[in-house]
Each structure stands twice: as C-alpha cells, then as structure tokens.
Ligand binder design. Sequence first.
Ligand SMILES: [Zn+2]
Length: 380
Amino acid sequence: MSIKIPDPVALTQDLIRFNTINPPGNEDEICGFLEELLLSAGFECKSVDFAPRRRSLIARIVGERGGPNICFTGHVDVVPLGGRSWQYDPFSAQIHDGKLYGRGSSDMKSGVAAMVVAAMKTASQAKAGHGISLIITAGEETGCEGAFHLIAQKEVIDYIGTAGCFVVAEPTANEPLIGHKGAYWLRAKASGITAHGSMPERGENAFYKIARGALELEKFQFDNPPHPLMGQATLNIGTAKAGININSVPDAAEMTLDIRSIPGQSHQHLFGCLCKVLGPQITLEPIIDVQGFFTPSSDPWIQHVYARCNEINGVMPTEKTVAFFSDASALKTVIGDPPTVVLGPGQPEMAHQTDEFCYVQKISEATTLFEHLINDWQSN
Ligand SMILES: [Zn+2]
C-alpha cells in the first residue's frame, strides 16, 4: 500500500479553506479531514466532541519499543476576522511573494499542517520506536475549552499515553520558546440596595464597593519571587460595570480581573490573597484558570531542540519565553509533565491580525524540523 503524503504548504491551504472561526468553531469537518489523512498513514484516531460540531482529534502510533512517546499539539479553530477588510480573501489561502495569506495561516494551521505531514512521513519509524501522539484541539482561542474537555476524560488521557517530550506548534517563526505565562481571569461582584437617586442614604451603592476594591487591587503585591525570565505576574482590571440609570443607586456592580501568572505560582493561593484584599463585600469567581509552564534550557531534550533549530535557522536559539498562553497549560501535566517547547512556523506578530500570513518557506522548514525531532526521539 502506498500512501499519499501531502505537501505541507498545500495542506495548510486546505486547512485555511475550512472556516473554523470561533465562535462558533465548527471544527468537526476539518478534524474529519485530518483523521482520514492520518488513518491513511497508519495512525489510530479518536474523535472527541465537546459540543455539537465541536470536535478535537487524537491520533497516535504506539511504538513497538514502548513509551514514552513524542507528543505534538495544535488547535484548528481561528479567531474572528475583525472589522477591517482584507487584501486577500481570508479563506482562499493565496500565495503572494512567498507569503501564504489567510485567517489561521500563522495561528496556527501551518503548524498543524507541518506536524501532521512530519508525523505521516515518520510513521514507520514511530511504529518501530517509542511512538507518537498528536492532539489536535477545538476551541483553543476561547480559553482552551477543547483541551480542558479532553483532559477531563481518563480514557482520552490513556489514549494519548505518556509523553517524553512535547511540542506546541503555535506561531514562533520556528524559534523554540521554553515557557509561557498562565492566565487567571476572574469576575468580582458586589451587591447593594437600590434607592431613588435623590435619596441615596436609603440605599447601599454597590459601585462604591467595587471601586474601593479596584483601588486596593491597584496596590496589590504578588508575594511570590519573580521568575528569572518572565519577571513578575501582572494584574489588570479590564472591565467595570455598575448601574442602569443615572437616578438610581446601583444594587449590583462587577469588574473583571486579568492576571498573567508565572509558572509555579499557585492560583489557589492567589485567590485567597485576592479575597483577603477585597474583603467580604466582594465575591470572586474564576472565568479562565490556566497555568503557565517553563522548561529550563539545561534540559537535555531542549538542548537537542536548540541544536536542530540551529541547523534549520542558522542561529543558535537563546532562552526565550512568551506572554500568550496555549493548550500546553491544560495538556502538559496530564501527559506526564514532559519537557515542552512552543515551536511552529507561523509568524507570532501575525496572530489575530488583518491580512494574517505565514512565510511559505517556514512551513517546509518546520516540517523538516519536526521530522528530525520525531526520528531522533524514536532512536534514543
Ligand atoms: Zn494559537
């Protein structure tokens, strides 16, 4: 049986042509398409839906020499187009001057295409070695919904298997990044008693409570030591809302907090500190709770990734981390907490932009890089 392995650039184009703007996502068809491809190369596949038309896909080859395997992840949902018009149709995947244009070209259908083609090309080596697993997720852009749904199921975690190393193919222009911050988003609410605006003494103004809380948070100090590469965690109040009309005392008010935590910082501990600062008049509820991660560059596998990236890019990587968060937050610990890199062909500055593009050459280079990493893992 001969299998037909697609060109990674052509596959990126195919993937861009599926409209997977999230919301609503509709990742079922693209996952079905990738499943068919991977099955043809000898992979076993498991589809996991978290809602109607919201599908993630796990593909694996179990190695004859036993695990742990090499694991890759990528998401197939993309963000909305934004208000401005595009120079090229965002779903037609046109190539101009070495740039492939389209929504998701950088974030991150090029990364998914590179990992899928590399995995197909190395399927027999993976079979004879320690195996490989691919976690292709839905719903990443709205807070890693797909990934969190996957890790809530023991049979899915078992299916992925234990990983010895982990590649998150988010856009980094093929530069390996060894960590990212976490996100802890919360809603803070206060309630009061409404009254006529001419007699505020009869009411209890919920907005004053939230406003006092906000001013306390402006002075908030994290009690953990800063991270050597990422510095300290940050806190921002993104929104505040109170009141319905000018001549009433608001009986409800809320604000939202965006905390970007550093790896190892306990969100639970942070919650306790915030409650203490805000006092009993304000209640807090988490909206998004994803951990950061960091793998020291001294890790032998990271050193190996650096060497392989040097071959492709012609520059030795330096220790770098990134501010955005990814599915690694959800997935890393449940697959055995392996050394992890964020590494993919997309341009990081193009993510979520109008006229998003990816350099065609980077897609081919990432595919070669991933092939090397897979083969190297099988023979270790
Ligand atoms: Zn992404």
